[in-house]
Ligand binder design. Structure first.
Ligand SMILES: *Cc1c(COP(=O)(O)O)cnc(C)c1O
Length: 427
């Protein structure tokens, strides 16, 4: 399938039915799998044979969909997880342990920020946050002897900053660690971080990949390019025998292309069990079949909304990397030549009260804690996701009280702009 264009991979990647087999991916609604002899089963437990034994670790439906996502990102292997949070946790915890250190962009999703700064800290994993706009020298300074991974988001949610993937990858590799990039917002239709040097790519498939607000899920893709054995002292989990798997050394047995995902499946999925249900994988695949058709429309609508807002006298600032006035316009031209995503953020005159009054007047755009849906939705972080913060704290975090985040859906852009126009008129 990788010989085909990305559009074709969206539609037909991952699953190739044989003669007389179902055209659509079968939902294997079974927790377990049958074997004739204990010896057959034993080979699976020793990772000597490929096959399924229990859906907490692996299920064929999930694997078809994971294979499609690997083909879309240009990776060597992939797995699905129960959520985007689980994907980022697994990607990091697969190579970090108590005593490890992570260098992460400070401009990342709030849930991931908490995961790294609070929850992983309780596990003894330290972090240093860096600006997505840090210079090469500043990035180098953040590294420590015990750094095991670098992390960032291609387009950050909700700050909409654009990551300099090539620079982050270069610095990470100079320190002998992989770069993990959360590519949720652009999706592989608009950016493939592996082509810019990223080693591991993660997704909240809950967003554009599903695209219909129907199924929470996540995915991890391994490029298969990072040479774990060349840095064996840093990655004992991959490069020394796993006692819980009869002394298998993942990087030896499965090579650069298979070690990371095999370990995350055999060890983390076995012990932590954040598997995506086969039903959700099926729904996710329906979304993926039209991802290449939907993304350009999300971008078109967001571009039109951003341009309209920028000219409106009641709007003081618009963040969208497709606007020449945006701070990330040049970087986006390099990494996101087809556009970024459907999410725009903007500030209104009148701060928090102005934003609240405005959102109340919207008729098409619903107020939701969600983005990347076919239906347009919006949120004022100051009165919802970030309501525990004072106006001063919000300003410092780059989320002014009057900021509105709008996720432009697939409706007709004339109706979206009409909705904004009538709401702005009333405030
Ligand atoms: C939503 C989101 C997540 C978390 O994903 P869930 O599927 O909600 O667990 C992680 N990263 C980014 C960029 C997101 O937008």
């Amino acid at each position: 399938m990788s010989d085909y264009q990305l559009n074709t991979r969206c539609v037909q990647g991952g699953y190739r039915p044989g003669n007389g087999e179902p055209r659509q991916i079968p939902i294997v609604q079974s927790t377990t799998f049958k074997y004739d002899t204990s010896e057959d089963m034993g080979k699976l437990f020793d990772l000597e044979a490929e096959g399924y034994f229990y859906t907490r670790l692996q299920n064929p439906t999930n694997d078809y969909v994971a294979a499609k996502i690997a083909e879309l990102e240009g990776g060597a292997a992939a797995m699905l997880t129960s959520s985007g949070q689980a994907a980022n946790f697994f990607a990091l915890f697969n190579i970090c342990q108590c005593g490890s250190h992570i260098v992460a962009s400070s401009s990342i999703y709030g849930g991931t920020f908490n995961l790294i700064a609070v929850t992983m800290a309780k596990m003894g994993v330290e972090v240093t946050f860096v600006s997505p706009d840090a210079t090469e020298e500043e990035l180098h300074e953040a590294f420590q002897e015990n750094t095991r991974a670098m992390f960032g988001e291609t387009i950050a949610n909700p700050a909409l900053t654009v990551l300099d993937i090539e620079l982050f990858a270069k610095v990470a590799h100079e320190h002998g660690v992989p770069l993990i990039v959360d590519n949720t917002f652009p999706t592989p239709v608009n950016c493939r971080p592996i082509e810019w040097g990223a080693d591991i790519v993660t997704h909240s498939t809950t967003k554009y990949m599903d695209g219909h607000g129907a199924a929470v899920g996540g995915a991890i893709v391994d490029s298969g390019k990072f040479d774990w054995m060349a840095h064996a002292d840093k990655f004992p989990g991959l490069c020394t025998p796993d006692d819980s798997y009869h002394g298998i050394t993942y990087a030896e047995k499965f090579g650069k292309e298979g070690a990371f995902i095999t370990k995350a499946t055999a060890q983390l999925m076995r012990d932590l069990g954040c598997i995506q249900s086969p039903q959700h994988a099926f729904i996710l695949n329906l979304g993926l079949e039209s991802l290449h058709v939907r993304m350009p429309r999300h971008v078109e609508n967001a571009q039109a909304v951003a341009e309209f807002l920028e000219k409106h006298p009641k709007v003081t600032k618009v963040n969208y990397s497709g606007l020449p006035s945006d701070r990330y316009y040049e970087r986006a031209k390099k990494y996101l030549p087809k556009g970024g995503c459907g999410v725009v953020s903007f500030e209104l005159k009148g701060g928090r009260a102005g934003a609240e009054a405005f959102m109340k007047e919207l008729k098409l755009a619903a107020i939701e804690t969600h983005v990347a849906d076919a239906r347009t939705c919006c949120l004022n972080p100051a009165t919802s996701t970030h309501r525990q913060m004072t106006d001063e704290q919000l300003e410092a975090a780059g989320i002014p009280a009057g900021l509105v985040r709008m996720s432009c859906g697939l409706e007709d852009q004339r109706d979206l702009i009409g909705d904004l126009e009538q709401a702005l008129e009333k405030v």
